[in-house]
Design a protein around this ligand. Structure first.
Ligand SMILES: NC(=O)c1ccc[n+]([C@@H]2O[C@H](COP(=O)([O-])OP(=O)(O)OC[C@H]3O[C@@H](n4cnc5c(N)ncnc54)[C@H](OP(=O)(O)O)[C@@H]3O)[C@@H](O)[C@H]2O)c1
Length: 492
């Protein structure tokens, strides 16, 4: 099936009245903006995904103008340089650069005027105002105050406008800081205006977790502790912490990847079917899982393995004990999942980059053949986005030997089109006001509560940090950890 992104976008946008919108990005000269946000917006321009009246204001400390800022972004990416000139020109027409320093609130007084110059209240044109907090979290509170005190949240006299804020990760460093940030944001905004991002939720294959589960009648009857032996979620990265070493050293693998990407995928693969596909129904079901997360009883070392790649201490220039690798065993205390272990694993500087969710079914209660093996359903989130089901088959011949075959569905082969990028999808949702793929305050607080039960446990800092070679599969202790339970990591 060949289906183009342009066609899909046109279908999505057709008939929709998208109000005139200005997106203001704070931290527009940072890596996130230059590497992900601007490229996503440019691809949206290329695919006709940006409403005609869409405008973009990029805020940074550097002295730049729209043209020099745009050149700065293009210089960072060879892919963007190759975009048709027409696309670049039409994008540049939407773009304004504004220079401001968060340490100097007065530098933002001109921003309100810049934004309101777009409004034409006499013609009932009042731009929706969207603000993207794409900076280090230390500035989130300052930006919220700037929005309030510099007249950026002002309503438009003639017409109602929507104001939304999108807050980058990390959203807090533990339960206390996350709930303090929620409290602060709620002083200025309603929950419906706050978009907490986890870009994994924008990935096609993560959204597909729900589709495979709830659009196929065959899975729901099997989706419980009677039929599922265990589940593995692995997010392996081959990059070192590199440019983000300083930030990473304060955070570590558990707070960086487990708290958000992995716990979000875990909740999607285990939650009950939402009553409807509405934002609140989905969030309510995810929340029930996040609240029910538990570590096995006993010492923390039985459920958590920490690792650090060789050379990391040199990178951060400190005798750091921060984990660049983590393996965990957790349970979900609900009737459906009693007794089913969930093995979670993530790490940096590993031998490959892959993200997978793998559901291991139980072996048949009785096997009349020589070697029945358990069925395995794997969701390959990235790369080679696909779904695979391992099924036993007869080997040709006169005997009844069994061979486990792979029934695969590959996104690229099936649809023969490029997949929409996660940031494109999430930015479009932000513009349209769709919060389904964003995280609610109580979800984020519950996931931090669970992470705190690990990282704020006094035993945590005394856990050994096992060294592993760069480009390896991680510390051997992580393999021994799962082998103790007579299982092994499927994602090698
Ligand atoms: N980079 C990634 O791959 C990535 C991925 C996912 C999430 N994130 C998250 O996204 C956020 C931003 O990350 P980043 O890597 O883009 O950070 P960054 O490269 O350090 O950029 C930070 C931005 O904030 C601006 N800034 C800093 N201090 C300022 C001040 N006093 N006044 C005005 N502007 C100021 C910087 O301007 P200057 O250019 O003038 O310094 C820059 O535009 C973080 O929360 C991060 O965790 C990043």
């Amino acid at each position: 099936m060949k289906k183009s992104l342009v066609e899909d976008t046109q279908k999505r946008l057709s008939g929709k009245q998208i109000a005139p919108t200005i997106l203001t990005i704070f931290g527009a000269t940072g890596d996130l903006s230059a590497d992900y946000l601007l490229p996503a917006l440019l691809r949206m321009e290329e695919h006709g995904m940006l409403p005609k009246s869409f405008r973009l204001v990029c805020v940074g400390r550097k002295e730049l103008n729209a043209k020099s800022y745009f050149d700065f972004v293009l210089k960072k990416s060879t892919v963007l340089k190759k975009l048709p000139t027409k696309v670049k020109q039409s994008f540049l027409k939407r773009l304004t650069y504004y220079q401001g320093n968060f340490d100097d609130v007065a530098s933002f007084t001109g921003l309100a005027k810049l934004l309101s110059d777009h409004d034409q209240p006499n013609k009932h044109v009042c731009y929706n105002r969207l603000y993207y907090f794409a900076t280090s979290p230390q500035y989130f509170s300052g930006i919220a105050h700037i929005l309030k005190n510099s007249g950026l949240l002002m309503s438009c006299k003639a017409h109602e406008r929507k104001v939304r804020v999108l807050v980058e990760k990390p959203f807090g460093f533990n339960y206390k800081s996350a709930s303090a940030l929620n409290k602060l944001l709620k002083k200025f905004f309603e929950e419906e205006q706050i978009y907490r991002i986890d870009h994994y939720l924008g990935k096609e294959t993560v959204q597909n977790l729900m589709v495979v589960r709830f659009a196929n009648g065959i899975f729901e009857p099997l989706w419980n502790n009677k039929n599922i032996d265990h589940v593995e979620i692995s997010v392996l990265e081959n990059d070192t912490t590199a440019k983000r070493a300083e930030y990473y050293d304060q955070t570590g693998a558990i707070k960086d990847f487990v708290q958000n990407h992995i716990l979000q995928m875990l909740s999607l693969i285990t939650m009950n079917e939402p009553y409807n596909l509405t934002t609140e129904d989905i969030r309510n079901e995810k929340l029930k899982i996040l609240k029910a997360l538990q570590l096995p009883a006993g010492e923390l070392r039985q459920s958590v393995i920490k690792g650090q790649y060789a050379g990391y201490k040199k990178e951060v220039k400190a005798d750091s004990q921060t984990e660049t690798f983590a393996a965990l065993k957790v349970f979900i205390n609900t009737p459906r999942w009693q007794g089913v272990p969930f093995y979670l694993r993530t790490g940096k500087a590993l031998h490959k980059k892959v993200a997978e969710v793998t559901v291991h079914f139980k072996e048949p209660a009785r096997c009349i053949f020589r070697n029945c093996t358990a069925n395995v359903l794997t969701f390959r989130i990235q790369p080679d986005e696909s779904v695979h089901l391992q099924i036993n088959n007869k080997v040709p011949g006169f005997g009844v030997d069994i061979h486990q075959g792979d029934y695969g569905f590959g996104y690229k082969q099936a649809f023969m089109t490029e997949l929409p990028g996660a940031y494109e999808r999430l930015l479009l949702d932000f513009i349209e006001g769709d919060q389904r793929l964003f995280i609610r305050s109580d979800e984020i607080e519950s996931s931090w509560k669970f992470i705190d039960s690990i990282t704020e446990n006094p035993e945590f800092k005394n856990l050994p940090v096992f060294s592993y070679k760069q480009k390896s599969a991680g510390p051997k202790e992580a393999d021994e950890f799962i082998k103790k339970d007579l299982r092994e990591w499927r994602t090698k």
